[in-house]
Design a protein around this ligand. Structure first.
Ligand code: TYD
Ligand code: MG
Length: 455
């Protein structure tokens, strides 16, 4: 029997190292590197691993233009938002990871997708977390057709592959990858080595059989469960279903996509009858009336790995109190004090006798300093009682001497704003784009006075 090998892998970013180290030199996280035992590579599995779409093509060297391209039609999932995020539907023979916090609605969404697909093709839903009865009851409650979808309750990858070879589904769901285990790997299900090997085997199976495999993966901050980051190397698409706990809206984004662009945004709403598509997402994040009001501005903040458009509101009003109130919701209190001082000193606006209330709409928490400039302009707008243009977005950090400092990913922020129909942007000078997004007027500013003048 071949000797099993070990490797050291970071649980956050999936980087591999020859020996253990306290800090991952790729993503700079501490204590995330752990030893994993790789399954002994048999010669057949080694071949399959390196030949990619094994079984579909021979292993010989060809030039690009000699390669026969057969247009494989994509499978329409029945959800336009999901198809768009995946780049236009499910590609046969691909492995797709659906990540998200527990309770985000991954199982619900996939159950709805699969029940819809079952009428058109062979499907298999493998559940390792919930019992078959639980899934059946949910399907009944959601009013989904239950007569075609094939169900299997199983956590052994070998067994799943065996059943799938007989069932020959075109699309299958693995819910979830964290509870799956491979016989060759000794460690517990959910550990980095198990998750990696299970995903690798299932991906290989998808490619060999030409079946679409949708894998569910839970995202957790602590290292006990392997985050989907570890898997991103082997799968074709990784999408994340995300949503605030107190909000019924869920966003779906791709972080890796071999068959389309990343950064596509899909929006769903969790209702009593399952997940519903939201066709006009900017309407909910920026749910503003037609009428333009004072003290309201839309900013582009950076959330994790992506831009997000959020509305910020400020209300500045004359105070009867000896100590005027300073209230912030969704923003840091000290940041407001700092910006009021800057506004006084460098903008010549005295708000010491005013109550100031600041609110980030939609329950979003902003930790990003790129909200500074938006907050300043919202304060000025409310103080002066002059509404800001509706089609304006703002981002930028404000320094203590009134200078507007650059923030990371300026271009992506502008692209995101343009996608949502904004046509004007006030941005830090250093973030001015070489090519502004089409139809957008970008006003770069260096100092606070310039920003105020731009209004
Ligand atoms: P679920 O799909 O089980 O989440 P995941 O698989 O991502 O962990 O969804 C669970 C949550 O969704 C649960 O808190 C209840 C809520 N929910 C609804 O609001 N409406 C519904 O119709 C369903 C099925 C779930
Ligand atoms: Mg679930």
């Amino acid at each position: 029997m071949a000797k099993s090998k070990t490797a050291f892998v970071c649980g956050e970013c999936g980087a591999e190292f020859p020996r253990w180290q306290g800090q991952c030199s790729e993503c700079k996280e501490w204590n995330t590197v752990s030893e994993i035992r790789l399954a002994p590579a048999t010669s057949s599995s080694r071949n399959a691993r390196f030949s990619g779409y094994a079984g579909l093509q021979e292993n010989k060297v060809q030039t690009l233009n000699e390669i026969a391209m057969t247009e494989i039609p994509r499978i329409d999932s029945g959800f336009r938002e999901l198809d768009r995020v995946l780049g236009g539907g499910l590609v046969p023979g691909s492995a797709i990871l659906i990540g998200g916090n527990p309770g985000a609605g991954k199982s619900t969404l996939l159950l709805q997708v699969m029940c819809g697909l079952a009428g058109r093709m062979k499907t298999l839903y493998v559940t390792g977390e919930e019992s078959l009865q639980q899934v059946a009851m949910r399907a009944q409650r959601l009013g989904l057709p239950r007569d075609r979808l094939r169900m299997l309750s199983e956590t052994s990858v070998e067994q799943i592959c065996h059943v799938a070879r007989e069932e020959q589904p075109a699309v299958m769901v693995i819910d979830s990858i964290q509870v799956m285990h491979v016989a060759d790997v000794q460690s517990a299900p959910g550990s980095v080595s198990q998750v990696r090997e299970a995903a690798a085997q299932l991906t290989r199976f998808a490619k060999q059989q030409g079946v679409v495999i949708l894998m569910v993966g839970h995202v957790t901050k602590d290292g006990t469960l392997a985050g989907p980051k570890v898997l991103e190397h082997c799968i074709d698409c990784s999408v994340l279903l995300d949503g605030a706990a107190d909000s019924r809206f869920r966003t779906l984004r791709s972080h890796k996509n071999r068959f389309g662009a990343v950064n596509e945004l899909g929006v769903f709403a969790m209702t009593e009858i399952g997940m519903k598509e939201v066709s006009n997402p900017s309407a909910i994040f920026l749910s503003r009336g037609e009428e333009q009001v004072t003290g309201s501005v839309v900013m582009v903040i950076w959330e994790g790995t992506r831009p997000l458009l959020v509305e910020l509101q400020a209300l500045v009003d004359y105070s009867q109190l000896a100590n005027p109130r300073r209230v912030t919701v969704g923003l840091e209190h000290n940041r407001l004090a700092l910006l009021l001082a800057v506004l006084h000193r460098h903008g010549g606006m005295q708000m010491a006798d005013q109550d100031v209330f600041v609110n980030v709409v939609g329950g979003v928490r902003v930790e990003d300093t790129s909200a500074d400039l938006a907050l300043l302009l919202a304060l000025v707008s409310s103080f002066r009682d002059r509404p800001l243009p509706k089609e304006l977005v703002v981002f930028g950090e404000v320094g203590l001497s009134g200078e507007i400092r650059p923030v990371p990913s300026g271009q992506e922020r502008l692209t995101e704003a343009a996608k949502h129909g904004f046509t004007r942007a006030i941005v830090p000078w250093a973030n001015r784009p070489k090519h502004a997004p089409e139809g957008m007027e970008v006003i770069p500013v260096k100092k606070l006075e310039e920003a105020l003048a731009a209004l």
